[in-house]
Ligand binder design. Structure first.
Ligand code: FAD
Ligand code: NAP
Length: 334
């Protein structure tokens, strides 16, 4: 089960060519336990890997990479309004969303085409077009690496925030998500609040969940690079939230600045800040800023994780200088 010296370039969407000292693909709980025992015996650090679409490998990983590949779906019709579905952690997220939509469980359509696995989705409370998984997640199960016990977490236990959860900020690496349960609507209530979706569906009289799903896929395909064609890790930075005073000060100078009200002030579009600073389309060796979406850093070929981070740091310093705003990197760096 354990392989040695495995190249990870096909296991991360930025296609960084780092090596795992040890690598195990796990399909059930007993294989997870065997892999953890192997790591414990050798006192090795562990890296949990799903689809590799939200991490940056800055060097070879001297430890055990555990590739989560648990499969399976359980469908439970609750009543005429709700259906509950439990997916194992290794299920592909986009295929899961599509299957729910086809079987009449609605709510996740806005999250179509997000790469990665079901098990990683709660880690940063994935979100797009006004929906986050916390809106439909009821509970999850996770193996606690400290106690060796499987624990159930309710939605509130997960402490979800903006691209954040207990698993990302407070206890990284402690819990291995095994399965996630969602409660979905039988009668769809479509979320069409984001401009791009509204525009894409403006000609459709009464949009169905399938229309919404197709619109999300089409809008994303038109704006975002497909990692299989141009390696990337999605949005590289979180959208920063600033105080009203700070925002008003910036707005005097930048009248077209894109920003949205947030409970803690104003959320600035990080992509706009980077674009406005002239970085869109910038290329340095094999690392670049995408030419249609400035929030996405891309690997044109043989870029290393360190080179990607070096460009990210230059962008962070520039944005700080121009707007007095600190950009936080969204993917996890290893
Ligand atoms: P990985 O990258 O494999 O892992 C991410 C983190 O989760 C790592 O720290 C890993 O150790 C941990 N992890 C993985 N699996 C488990 C597990 N079972 N238990 C515990 N920890 C685990 N994100 C959004 O929020 N919204 C978007 O719209 C969006 N769009 C994207 C578009 C593109 C083109 C790309 C490349 C990325 C995008 N992302 C987006 C980021 C990313 O797809 C999501 O964060 C996704 O949930 C990551 O899943 P993954 O399986 O690839 O996780
Ligand atoms: P966009 O529609 O061009 O909008 C730019 C930014 O403005 C987004 O980041 C979004 O914030 C915010 N925004 C737009 N309309 C809004 C509204 N009505 N209310 C509140 N905020 C609004 O963004 P995009 O880059 O094409 O991405 C579309 C969606 O997919 C976004 O939700 C984005 O987060 C998500 N996405 C995420 C990743 C990732 O890796 N995390 C990658 C690609 C796309 P929010 O980001 O807070 O929604």
């Amino acid at each position: 089960m354990i392989q040695e010296n495995v190249d990870l370039s096909t296991f991360n969407t930025l296609a960084i060519s780092a090596k795992a000292q040890y690598f195990a693909e796990v399909k059930n709980q007993s294989q997870i336990q065997q892999a953890l025992n192997f790591a414990n015996d050798k006192s090795l650090p562990v890296l949990l890997l799903g689809g590799g679409s939200n991490l940056i490998l800055t060097q070879d990983f001297k430890g055990l990479v555990i590739h989560i590949a648990l499969q399976g779906l359980e469908w439970n019709e609750l009543d005429s309004d709700w259906v509950e579905v439990t997916a194992q952690a290794g299920e592909n997220w986009h295929q899961f969303v599509e299957q729910c939509m086809h079987r009449g469980g609605h709510g996740l359509e806005n999250l179509a085409l997000i790469p990665g696995t079901v098990g990683a989705a709660p880690i940063q409370n994935i979100g797009a077009y006004g929906v986050e998984i916390k809106d439909y997640l009821i509970s999850l199960t996770a193996l606690d690496r400290e106690t060796g016990q499987v624990r159930a977490f309710s939605c509130s236990d997960c402490q979800f925030g903006y691209r954040d959860s207990l698993f990302k900020s407070q206890f990284p690496d402690r819990y291995i998500v095994l399965s996630v349960t969602f409660r979905l609507r039988r009668r769809a209530e479509l979320q069409l609040g984001y401009g791009a979706l509204e525009q894409a569906l403006s000609e459709v009289e009464s949009p169905t969940p399938k229309d919404l799903f197709n619109a999300v896929v089409a809008v994303r395909q038109s704006k975002l690079p497909d990692p299989l064609k141009l390696a990337n890790a999605g949005s590289f930075f979180k959208n920063p939230v600033v105080t009203q005073d700070h925002f008003q000060h910036l707005k005097l100078k930048y009248q077209d600045m894109v920003a949205y009200p947030d409970p803690n002030g104003m959320k600035l579009a990080a992509g706009w800040l980077i674009d406005r600073s002239g970085w869109k389309g910038h290329r340095q060796g094999d690392v670049g800023v995408h030419d249609r979406q400035a929030l996405v850093l891309v690997n044109y070929g043989r870029a290393t994780g360190e080179e990607v981070l070096a460009l990210a740091q230059r962008i962070q310093a520039d944005i700080k200088k121009r707007f007095q705003v600190a950009l936080e990197i969204e993917p996890r760096c290893y």
